[in-house]
Design a protein around this ligand. Structure first.
Ligand SMILES: [Zn+2]
Ligand SMILES: [Zn+2]
Length: 82
């Protein structure tokens, strides 16, 4: 599984105002490129393409929540001083 430079022909343009996965672009981990490709497999190296990953999104949300909790006491403290 190696990059044969075929993926360049299917390279996806960076979308404006929306996420790459949201408009159906897929990422190849081997070629390290976003593709505009209907198949599940990379037309270049044959590796399984990454589509919108719900698990990854959930992870992001969890991290955001932790940050809010960390910020919480600081925010209350700052308010007391006012
Ligand atoms: Zn490639
Ligand atoms: Zn590839």
């Amino acid at each position: 599984m190696t990059c044969k430079d075929i993926c360049i022909r299917h390279k996806a343009q960076k979308p404006v105002g929306s996420g790459r996965y949201a408009i159906g672009q897929k990422r190849c981990q081997i070629c390290e490129i976003f593709l505009k490709w209907d198949g599940l497999w990379c037309p270049c190296c044959g590796y399984r393409l990454r589509t919108r990953n719900l698990k990854y999104k959930a992870k992001l949300r969890a991290r955001k929540k932790n940050q809010t909790e960390m910020m919480g006491p600081v925010f209350i403290h700052a308010k007391k001083n006012v």
